[in-house]
Design a protein around this ligand. Sequence first.
Ligand SMILES: Cc1ncc(COP(=O)(O)O)c(C=O)c1O
Length: 430
Amino acid sequence: MASVWHPCTQMKQHEDLPLVPISRGEGAWLYDFEGHRYLDAVSSWWVNLFGHGNPRIKAAIKDQLDRLEHVMLAGFTHEPVVQLSERLALLTGLGHAFYGSDGASATEIALKMSFQFWRNSGQSEKTGFISLQNSYHGETVGALSVTDVALFKDTYAPLLRQSAQVPSPDSRLAESGETEEAYLMRCVEALERHLQAHHHETAAFIIEPLVQGAAGMGMYAPLYLQRARQLCDQYRVHLIADEIAVGFGRTGTMFACEQAGIQPDFICLSKGITGGYLPLSVVMTTDSIDQAFYDDSVARGFLHSHSYTGNPLACRAALATLDIFEQDDVLAKNQLNAVRLGSALSDVARHQLVRNFRHLGMIWAFEVNVDDPHFALHFHQDALQAGVLLRPIGNTVYLMPPYILGDEEIFLIARTLLTLLNRFTLRSID
Ligand SMILES: Cc1ncc(COP(=O)(O)O)c(C=O)c1O
């Protein structure tokens, strides 16, 4: 407590709520020092895809450690970064990979690249960014500028660059009596109106495809992405897909944009890219964007860097993660996992306190209709006591489990959710 300042935390709350010291992880489980274990139902902040202590990812990192732990990527290159870039190019259809370390650094890279593309192309008035209402793209100053979460943003408002927010197609925001489709079209029209008025001063529209994670797993139909792609083409504005949370199978396809059949100008990837083992992020982009930087003039190049850009250990973890996807046919298996977990949750979905029960790929979410202002904290604590790590966002409870749940884990999650919901029902009656 004295020496470690924890992320996204009011440290004073830990006077009453002890931190949970973890000694080791195995599969979907985290173990403390006293023999308790916790089922990691949120994949340790959405990063861990194939469990803790995965033998294949560990072996790849150990092997790489014996060869080369790190070399700077300016002026040097190495096998893991080349292989990873080529494989990601095949998977995304975007042939140029620029690396960062965390999700927010990928957001920064995409925003700066888009801005400089227009400048290098003689359109230096295109400097603005659009994002969705309730968007989340990270916490560094540039990323926070396109994030729309008041609690994270308001304090820093004087530091941030203005950006524009357009209505989110999150289906929970439809008016009562309005269909999801009608609401989505209303959001498309609002985007079009904004682009009509501001395209000449807009560099890019950044979006979380299909699921707005930090907004409480707000989900929307692929049609919005298709229309956004058309409008961005029509008005010559880049489309940046922030797949930091939803990439690598989370929504059922390798990347969420595939469900809309669209190709963005930039894809930001991180979190699951290394299976949750080492920090790595990457921005993938097109030939034509790459070409706008390729020049005799140094200043026209993309002069951005992080010390650990393209770290070999992290790239090997990412290559091992991609191998698991291929060798184990993970996307097909996840469809079966999703059916198993989905049917185990049927009583949860019907529970009297549950609203908007929704599911996409390996994400489940619902709102709990209670008045408790500290609901998230209380639910988190009660779930931990029952041996399940959950971290509700406001009144939204969500599951983002690793892709390796067995029957025991599925049963525990479903039983815990139901028990806690019943307990909250009793409390709300009191
Ligand atoms: C959609 C999205 N973008 C960006 C980020 C930021 O990633 P990081 O926390 O690794 O900086 C997150 C993190 O949750 C995210 O969900």
